[in-house]
Structures are given as structure tokens and as C-alpha cells.
Design a protein around this ligand. Structure first.
Ligand SMILES: [Zn+2]
Length: 188
């Protein structure tokens, strides 16, 4: 028998615990268990946007703080002016720039920890290099099943968790690979 139980079944009839082993057993943790590929096998390519221009993350935070504080002052001033026609439009403009400033601060703080995040659209990603600069990149790869081109896309339900998937151009339903951003090479 190939799947012999090699464990001990001895006991003194009080409590009998079979200490079996799992040699030859097929343990399936996940039904959708998929093979994993290395970046080399997939030939992952980074495509820099904005000509590979990087922005120092500290500058993004400073920009965020200054924009945020300036908008709060602007909002305060515009709300305590005598009511005129331009008041509400200025107030909404300052609200808008306050949100931009807040996003800049949150984004740069988040990226310092994660180094990789979805940025805008479905194909642009924000990455932090070893030098602390932020870059916007797109990613492509070669499908390990059929050799077609794959694009990294941020997909999922509108509200809810979204995944970063490499999706094959030829078979976009079945040829998908979830990206683990920690396997990507560092940006020098
Ligand atoms: Zn494919």
C-alpha cells in the first residue's frame, strides 16, 4: 500500500490518540490554489510615466501640509466675509485644495511603509525607490501560459477589496496572476 499509516496507534486503552503522519496525502488549502511565478519567469517590465521623474516623498508631505494649512486659512477667511456671491465658490475651492493637501500627506506616509500602491486609473502605480523618491509606473509581463502580453491592473468591485492582477491580453479570464509587490526589484 503506498499510503501506509506510519504513525503509532498504541495506547493503554484509556486515551488512544493515533499519531499519524501525512506522507502521500494531498492537502489542499485553497481550491483556487494557483502556481506562483518569479518576476524573471514572467518577465515583468516597469514602464515609468512622466519620463521616470521622481519626487522626494518629504516634499510631497511638505506640499500637503502647506496646501492644507493655506486652504484652512482661506476657508476661514472666506466664511467670515460679508455674504457675497463669490463666497461659496471660494469656500468650495479651498475645501477642494484642503482635500488634495490631506491626500498628499496620507499618500506619502502610506508609501513610506508599503512602497507600492495603486495611484490613478486602472494601470498606474505609485512606487517609492530606495532613495525615498516617488515614481509613477505601469507594469507589463509575459503570460507564462500562452506568451501573450499582460498588463498589471487594479481590478475588483467598486466598493470592496481590489486586487492588483497581471491580466493576459489573449485569455483575460483565466490567465491572471496576483502581484506580490514585495517581489519587485527596487528602484535605484
Ligand atoms: Zn495568456
Amino acid at each position: 500500500m503506498p499510503n501506509d499509516n506510519h504513525g503509532s496507534q498504541n495506547g493503554d486503552s484509556s486515551l488512544n490518540v493515533g499519531v499519524g503522519d501525512f506522507r502521500g496525502a494531498n492537502v489542499s488549502i485553497n481550491q483556487s490554489d494557483r502556481p506562483t511565478f518569479t518576476p524573471e519567469q514572467m518577465d515583468i517590465q516597469r514602464h515609468p510615466a512622466f519620463g521616470g521623474l521622481g519626487v522626494r516623498s518629504e516634499r510631497v508631505s511638505v506640499f500637503g501640509y502647506i496646501t492644507g494649512i493655506a486652504s484652512l486659512i482661506g476657508l476661514y477667511v472666506s466664511l467670515f466675509q460679508p455674504v457675497t456671491g463669490w463666497q461659496s465658490s471660494w469656500a468650495s475651492l479651498f475645501m477642494f485644495s484642503f482635500i488634495i493637501g490631506l491626500m498628499a500627506v496620507v499618500f506619502s506616509a502610506l508609501l513610506r511603509r508599503r512602497r507600492f500602491d495603486h495611484f490613478f486609473g486602472s494601470r498606474h502605480y505609485l512606487e517609492m525607490g530606495v532613495n525615498g523618491r516617488l515614481y509613477v509606473n505601469r507594469f507589463t509581463a509575459t503570460c507564462p501560459w500562452c506568451g501573450s502580453r499582460m498588463h498589471l491592473r487594479h481590478v475588483g468591485p467598486k466598493e470592496g477589496p481590489r486586487d492588483d492582477l497581471f491580466i493576459c491580453e489573449r485569455n483575460p479570464r483565466q490567465h491572471t496572476i496576483t502581484l506580490d509587490p514585495t517581489v519587485l526589484p527596487e528602484i535605484d
